[in-house]
Design a binder for this molecule. Structure first.
Ligand code: SF4
Length: 448
């Protein structure tokens, strides 16, 4: 932990992300107009993106990709004991089912450093492996979240689903060839939350047929209307990228993407709207410059936006700006804060350990609906710590996680719930076992 870490932001929230890219495949509905992709690269990526070039060189083999990344991450000084697998490219749930199973199994095999007979065995081995999969994220479309698809994602050990939402408006969906409706977004959001998943939305301001007012109105709706209310966002302003349908038509339809200044202003406004329970994971897609036909070249716009907001001492509630790892000289005295809100027909309890200035040290998302209660996320912030080892720089082993779980159990009991379920990355099951939870149908469960 004392060695120099290149790109520390990658692991500052406690977990090391590792992306694995799917083999190329076209989406079933066709192509969304802004989406690049060709026959040799996965949909929504270009052949000049570093992640894709790496995957191409390894023939998109998931095992090799994971091994290769583990090696690189280690060399860069990142911890590799707690890994979040992120599945990228196209719509995973539309691939042949055998491919999906094999893909995930091979990711686990690589983390385990050992081949297994089947996915279940690979997951079991990973519970005590050197490189534990503490979270698994699948990028998905809102119309690929049927009950059976949700069961499959649970079998894969998935904990987080990122939905391509862009801007929830049926007219925009139609004109941009999204191939699904706003109702699909509402239904999938509910089903995913009811299964305990953490949900991220991909948001795309500046689409053709939208404008600043419309974008902000729709963005406000995402949080004002309880049918949406995602836990996380990625905000990617629309760009004209080579190999996309828009690249061929943008001149004919007289489309102009947002300028850097326009995008900056609109994303600043979005940051002011985001409530305390939502985290912005990313701003700006990193398209290689040579593939960008029209759009914003500055990729680290987020830094400018956050610097502005901090300089002007604006009260931003968004999670990442409040995380202890992204703030300097913080007071470590914290107290528990609970925010209740309605979402998708259930009640959400957002528990946080924060100091007086709302700097965040840990959070838990509890969902209660009908006779069910799910812990959808437990996260303690700070520099990634090695499992079982104490680290002065980290808050990870100071019991905040246990205190949050204790509070969640208390609230569940008050709601007359008999069993609390946790959606847990395979590699975190041991942690919950120590708190009295047992594995039951892909969840860690405790009678309370
Ligand atoms: S669903 Fe996603 S990957 Fe498929 S065409 Fe649309 S934007 Fe691209």
């Amino acid at each position: 932990m004392n060695q120099l870490v290149k790109k520390p932001v990658r692991t500052i929230s406690g977990v090391t992300p590792l992306t694995v890219v799917l083999k190329p495949r076209k989406c079933d509905h066709g192509t969304c107009i802004y989406c690049p992709g060709g026959d040799s690269v996965p949909q929504s990526y270009t052949n000049k993106s570093p992640a894709i070039m790496r995957a191409l060189a390894l023939s998109f083999d998931p095992y090799q990709q994971v091994m290769n990344r583990l090696d690189v991450l280690k060399k860069m000084g990142h911890p590799t004991d707690k890994i979040e697998i992120i599945v990228l490219g196209g719509t995973f749930l539309q691939y042949e089912i055998d491919y999906q199973h094999e893909f995930i199994k091979r990711c686990f095999d690589a983390l385990n450093g050992k081949d297994s007979k089947n996915l279940e065995e690979a997951k079991k081995l990973n519970e005590i492996s050197e490189h534990r999969c503490v979270a698994l994220c699948i990028e998905n479309r809102p119309d690929n979240c049927s009950p059976s698809e949700i069961r499959r994602m649970l079998e894969f050990g998935c904990t987080r689903v990122e939905l391509g939402v862009q801007m929830p408006d049926d007219e925009i969906y139609k004109k941009t060839n999204r191939g699904h409706s706003v109702q699909d977004v509402i239904d999938s959001t509910k089903r995913l939350k009811d299964a305990g998943f953490k949900i991220g939305y991909h948001i795309m301001p500046g689409l053709p047929y939208s404008n600043r007012e419309k974008d902000l109105k729709l963005f406000r709706m995402i949080f004002e209307n309880e049918n949406f209310r995602p836990d996380q966002l990625k905000i990617y302003p629309c760009q004209v990228v080579d190999d996309s349908p828009l690249a061929k038509t943008y001149k004919i339809i007289k489309f102009k993407p947002y300028t850097e200044q326009e995008a900056k202003e609109i994303m600043e406004e979005m940051m002011r709207i985001i409530p305390e329970y939502c985290r912005v994971m990313r701003m700006m897609r990193e398209f290689p410059r040579e593939k960008l036909i029209e759009g914003i070249e500055k990729l680290d716009l987020r830094k400018d936006i956050e610097d502005d907001l901090r300089k002007n001492k604006e009260k931003i509630k968004e999670i990442r700006m409040r995380e202890v790892g992204f703030n300097k000289n913080v007071d470590v005295k914290v107290k528990l804060k609970t925010t209740e809100y309605d979402a998708s027909g259930g009640k959400e309890y957002f528990l946080e350990f924060v100091n007086k200035k709302s700097i965040l040290f840990g959070l838990l998302r509890l969902r209660v609906f009908k006779n069910n209660a799910f812990v959808r996320e437990l996260h303690v912030y700070g520099k990634a710590a090695i499992i079982g080892e104490k680290s002065d720089e980290s808050q990870q082993h100071k019991g905040i996680g246990k205190l949050l779980m204790h509070e969640a159990e208390k609230i569940a009991k008050e709601n007359k719930i008999k069993k609390l379920k946790v959606i847990s990355g395979v590699g975190v099951r041991e942690y919950y076992k120590n708190l009295g939870y047992n594995l039951e149908k892909n969840y860690m469960v405790k009678e309370i």
